[in-house]
Design a protein around this ligand. Structure first.
Ligand code: NAG
Length: 230
């Protein structure tokens, strides 16, 4: 039915059709596994592209962009595919401290960097096909440093309201809480902050795992171990 609607000039450009496509894509994320996961994402991407839908739009369009981006990240993690609309299409503009943004927008910014880290871990880089082994190593190293800096910049520009406000240490003389796995409980005001911090740490682990050469050194292994604990 959506395919038919897309052929109608009168309906094809409506927000309802965009919303319907995103909902269908969400079902695909839940239902499909394996190579075929995300087979419709390129179609959704071209729908977004033809309407110039970007992440800084409000309402249905902005929500469609960010829902689609989450689907892309999941599919890229599962299948190793390239994210179809990357920073050459749109990326969040640098704004300095993030205190004046909505909490969702602050969280979406680190999610965007996570997508870039996953593209990096899947071996997708700019013009890397023609590079010799040494140049490739240098190019991947440079990209890893850029992404690490982007993550740290996000971390240091977060508004104070987003930071954790309380940490409960597991007491050593008490039996360990099975659900918490013995890790301290960390409290945030907004659920988006908790997710964003997990996304930040997961991105750092991905970077550490795929940084050229790093796993072959004891320091590299120690770094991955300490990031996993964080
Ligand atoms: C972004 O995607 C385009 C098209 O697939 C690709 O040519 C470009 O190299 C990508 N950029 C990065 C930074 O991966």
């Amino acid at each position: 039915m959506v395919r038919e609607l897309l052929l109608h000039p009168q309906f094809a450009q409506t927000d309802e059709v965009l919303a319907a496509c995103i909902i269908l894509s969400t079902y695909e994320m839940i239902d499909v596994a394996g190579e075929n996961l995300g087979s419709h994402l390129r179609g959704v991407a071209s729908l977004l592209q033809s309407r110039q839908v970007q992440g800084d739009m409000r309402g249905i369009r902005g929500a469609a962009y960010w829902t689609w981006y989450r689907h892309e990240i999941w599919a890229a993690l599962q299948t190793g595919r390239r994210i179809s609309l990357n920073e050459s299409y749109w990326e969040p503009q640098p704004v300095g401290p993030l205190g004046h943004l909505e909490i969702e927008d602050v969280a979406n910014r680190v999610l965007f960097i996570m997508g870039q880290c996953i593209d990096f871990s899947n071996g997708h880089g700019v013009g890397e096909e023609d590079l010799g082994p040494n140049e490739l190593l240098r190019s991947r190293h440079t990209r890893a440093v850029q992404l690490e800096l982007a993550l740290e910049e996000w971390y240091s520009s977060r508004p104070p309201s987003m930071a954790c406000f309380r940490t409960e240490q597991t007491k050593l003389d008490q039996p360990r809480d099975e659900t918490a796995g013995g890790f301290p409980t960390i409290w945030f005001v907004f659920p988006q902050s908790a997710i964003a911090h997990q996304v930040y740490h997961a991105s750092k682990i991905i970077l550490a795992l795929y940084q050229p050469g790093i796993l072959h050194t004891p320091q590299g292994l120690a770094k991955c171990a300490s990031l996993s604990v964080a």
